[in-house]
Ligand binder design. Structure first.
Ligand code: IPE
Ligand code: IPE
Ligand code: MG
Length: 239
């Protein structure tokens, strides 16, 4: 009798990942940090495809934070070059991969070429299975401050009253407007912190911290994180 594959548990509809550990991966191999970022980009391609095959609807990935500008000019330039290359390819393959893109973050600090690629990727209209939210020059605090500023301006202009600033109204002013909160946030690389990622949206997310470095992160690691998510008892403050 043929043995059937064990049934996989349904994935969350929205998974968010802090793609961390590229530098350590490179160091372990005596390679420049940029080689780690290149390997990280490969891991992202693989995991995005795998998420699509699992039926995940939203994948939000932290690619560059508002704090990452502190790194050397060489490293920042290397990361930007990889992003450009990735987006050029992704634009060609969007239809085949059935993926659409949104960008969370202040893109105005990126090069005009990169901003143009982001705009093209965001404006492409096609059928898709998975939405990738790319966090670029993204900071959770920055996102919250921008929303507060926009709402304060509306109040000052008399367009809404202060009591009309509700949680829903606030969410509509975040980069993630219209996207459901992630049920699962994964951080590889062994660090046990949030590093300014999705501060508002992760209020009730389940966190899975893993010891693998991002370039080594495999579909099996994602399966393990989803299994761990299913073992959690989500109470949302109830009993
Ligand atoms: C994550 O990997 C990529 C970015 C932050 C751009 P790191 O570059 O932070 O890798 P580690 O943490 O130094 O290993
Ligand atoms: C978080 O990783 C940002 C990204 C993965 C893009 P960092 O490597 O910047 O975070 P810290 O400095 O370890 O907190
Ligand atoms: Mg890091």
């Amino acid at each position: 009798m043929a043995l059937t594959e064990p049934q996989k548990l349904a994935p969350p509809q929205h998974i968010a990942i802090i793609m961390d550990g590229n530098g350590r991966w490179a160091k372990q191999r005596g390679l420049p940090r940029t080689a780690g970022h290149a390997a990280g980009a490969e891991a992202f391609r693989k995991i995005a495809n795998y998420c699509r095959s699992l039926g995940v609807k939203y994948l939000t990935v932290y690619a560059f934070s508002t704090e990452n500008w502190k790194r050397s000019a060489d490293e920042v330039a290397g990361i930007m070059k990889l992003l450009r290359r990735y987006l050029e390819e992704a634009l060609q393959d969007m239809e085949k991969n059935r993926v659409c893109f949104r960008f969370f973050g202040d893109l105005t600090r990126l090069s005009p070429e990169l901003q143009e690629l982001c705009a093209q990727a965001e404006s492409a209209s096609m059928d898709y299975d998975v939405q990738v939210n790319f966090c670029l020059n993204y900071g959770g605090r920055d996102e919250i401050v921008r929303a507060a500023r926009a709402l304060a301006a509306e109040v000052a202009e008399g367009k809404r009253s202060a009591d009309e600033i509700t949680e829903d109204a606030f969410s509509d002013y975040l980069y993630s407007a219209g996207v459901p909160d992630p049920e699962l946030v994964i951080r590889p690389s062994g660090e046990l912190r949030i590093s300014n990622f999705l501060l508002w949206q992760s209020a009730y997310s389940e966190f899975v911290f893993m010891n693998v470095l991002w370039p080594d992160f495999s579909p099996q690691d994602l399966d393990a994180a989803i299994e761990e998510y299913h073992r959690r008892n989500r109470r949302f403050g109830g009993t």
